[in-house]
Design a protein around this ligand. Structure first.
Ligand SMILES: Cc1cc2nc3c(=O)[nH]c(=O)nc-3n(C[C@H](O)[C@H](O)[C@H](O)COP(=O)(O)O)c2cc1C
Length: 334
């Protein structure tokens, strides 16, 4: 059995993986020396935003990839992985859904993307202009990846900016979606879970006053009044920020792929952009809205057997980075 300190180090590192609304659904069980089970805490699922739990699976897949990297960092080799997601559902008693089993055997050394784990974060503001050499490297990288299509022209970025704002208002008009999102927002530093999970002021790049305003607008019926007055769309719109991106990356994977494998690939894709010096900000609503996803598939000639998984603004933010919240390792091991 691995020592407690080592287990805590591994899960803390693995849990730096991205997750929807920073729900961090992955949990780890270390039963013996040869395998690790990853399951999802179903109380952290998003019934309104993710009714099929696909994104919860994707978040667990990203955490699984994070675990393999964290194990390699401490010299432990992953010999194989069993994907358990499709064969299981939420356990009525424990409230967990089995996601994957990692089988460990032998020694390993750190993997090429290990260095990027602590550098990756979600940036939710304007981007800075970017050196040509950086964008050229991004173009070259994307051209070699069958699951990435890069939008770089002003017209394409404008198109995606419109799709993002249109899809955002579409989902925000759904009371259940909005309530669930606000529930995962930590819009005041006095929130009990401010430093642990969800989207806090720092992650959202908001000041205290903006946080108060956001709670008032999104968390009450004021949103519907403002929407009737036709101002809600402008209030939640992100046009200026989206248009400051150097590029927008459309991430697409085969339609039949398990959410676990998609999550693993998604995390690697994000870390690879980090390695090129870029930060990213997803616009999941563009992929989640069937209409805008279909338009993107057509416009960007995405292979028909692929599914648009996510669309990310990509750009340079210099040395800045927000401090994101994470659960204590003690809560991640079950
Ligand atoms: C499947 C998936 C979809 C996401 N979609 C969005 C999104 O639409 N907008 C956004 O701001 N962040 C999105 N994120 C980023 C998460 O909110 C972020 O990973 C989480 O808050 C943890 O913060 P970090 O990325 O800074 O570590 C998404 C993450 C995942 C895994």
């Amino acid at each position: 059995m691995l020592a407690k300190e080592l287990i805590q180090r591994i899960v803390s590192e693995a849990n730096l993986a991205p997750s929807t609304h920073n729900t961090q659904p992955a949990r780890w069980s270390f039963n013996d020396d040869s395998s690790i089970l990853i399951s999802a805490d179903c109380s952290r699922f998003l019934p309104a935003g993710d009714p099929t739990n696909r994104d919860a699976g994707l978040s667990c897949g990203a955490a699984l990839e994070g675990t393999i990297m964290a194990l390699a960092e401490v010299g432990i080799k992953t010999s194989s992985v069993d994907d358990l997601w499709a064969r299981n559902d939420c356990d009525a008693i424990k409230g967990h859904r089995l996601a994957a089993q990692i089988n460990i055997k032998g020694e390993a050394s750190a993997l090429p993307l290990n260095t990027e784990i602590s550098k990756r974060f979600t940036w939710r503001s304007k981007f800075l202009p970017c050196e040509n050499t950086m964008t050229q490297a991004l173009d070259k990288w994307a051209s070699e990846k069958p699951d990435v299509t890069l939008a770089t022209s002003t017209t394409d970025i404008d198109f995606l900016s419109q799709k993002n704002d249109m899809s955002s208002i579409h989902f925000m008009r759904d009371d259940a979606f909005r309530t669930e999102l606000v529930d995962w927002m930590r819009l005041s530093t006095s929130h009990d879970n401010y430093a642990e999970d969800g989207l806090n002021l720092e992650a959202l790049q908001m000041g205290a006053l903006e946080g108060f305003g956001a709670k008032l607008v999104l968390g009450t019926s004021l949103f519907c009044v403002l929407d009737k007055l036709d101002v809600a769309k402008a209030l939640i719109g992100e046009e200026a920020q989206t248009k400051s991106s150097s590029a927008i990356a459309l991430f697409h994977r085969t339609q039949t792929e398990s959410p676990i494998d998609t999550g693993r690939a998604f995390y690697r894709f994000w870390l690879e952009m980090t390695k090129l010096g870029f930060s990213a900000w997803p616009m999941a609503v563009v992929a989640d809205n069937q209409e805008s996803a279909a338009e993107c598939m057509e416009r960007f000639s995405i292979p028909k057997d692929h599914r648009l998984v996510n669309v990310l603004r990509v750009g340079n933010v210099g040395a800045k980075r927000p401090k994101t919240a994470r659960l204590n390792a003690g809560r991640l091991v079950v």
